[in-house]
Design a protein around this ligand. Structure first.
Ligand code: DC
Length: 220
């Protein structure tokens, strides 16, 4: 199977770019952040402290997370419930970042990610795909952009969806998550040694997609 890993900080456009590239190449697109978000959402619903391993780990035995691909588009199910939209709130983002620093949570979601990659040509995006989940991926891309540019894009996206947010809050939340995701002890966000770094700060969406597709085509 052809496996492409795309890692990078939140708001770098990974999901939009990876989704479009996957469509063009005929691969499935796997958004692994949705898995951590689902665990985070469950912990939020149970009103536990999402950054406490002692409180989060016992919940794992109550959780089943499943991904389904409908017309090439991913839906995520938490104990059978489609939570694909509900996991997108800023609270769920922070909860996801918190639970993702817990080793047992990462172990819990590991096989699911590996198995999808074993059975499908896919582009998988996340934080540790090239470094931990798919160290043998044929192509590894680290997609990034400046924090300000990422916050601007995320802000416009949320406004479009009708969510009332302030740019400053979006920027602060992104910076907090960046710090947390790249400074944690386990599977921190960092480019794999053999990854190709693409900075999208100064190129538009179309150019970013073309760059990613070309990088992949040249290598597989
Ligand atoms: O990609 P995202 O913003 O939806 O991810 C939400 C959080 O999940 C992110 O802050 C860190 C965590 N995550 C992770 O640790 N490893 C992954 N492969 C994907 C996401």
């Amino acid at each position: 199977m052809i496996n492409i890993a795309i890692d990078g900080p939140g708001g770098a456009g990974k999901s939009t770019i990876a989704k479009a590239a996957a469509k063009e190449l005929g691969y499935i697109y796997v958004d692994t952040g949705a898995l951590y978000r689902s665990v985070g959402l469950y912990a939020l619903r149970k009103e536990v402290k999402t950054d406490s391993a002692d409180e989060v780990v016992p919940l794992l035995s109550e959780i089943s997370v499943e991904l389904k691909f409908i017309d090439g588009s991913q839906r995520v199910y938490l104990n059978g419930e489609d939570v694909s939209e509900e996991i997108r709130t800023p609270e769920a983002s922070m909860a996801a970042s918190n639970v993702s620093a817990i080793q047992a949570v990462r172990d819990f979601l590991f096989d699911l990610q590996r198995n999808i990659a074993k059975e499908n040509n896919c582009i998988m995006d996340g934080r540790d795909i090239g470094t931990v989940v798919l160290p043998n991926a044929q192509v590894k891309i680290f997609l990034t952009a400046s924090a300000e540019e990422r916050a601007k894009r995320r802000y416009l996206q949320l406004m479009e969806k009708g969510q009332e947010v302030k740019y400053e809050d979006v920027l602060k939340e992104l910076q907090e998550r960046d710090y947390q995701d790249s400074h944690r002890e386990i599977a921190p966000l960092k480019p794999a040694e053999d990854s190709i770094i693409i900075d999208t700060s100064d190129i538009n969406l179309e150019q970013s997609i073309d760059t990613v597709v070309n990088v992949i085509r040249e290598r597989v």
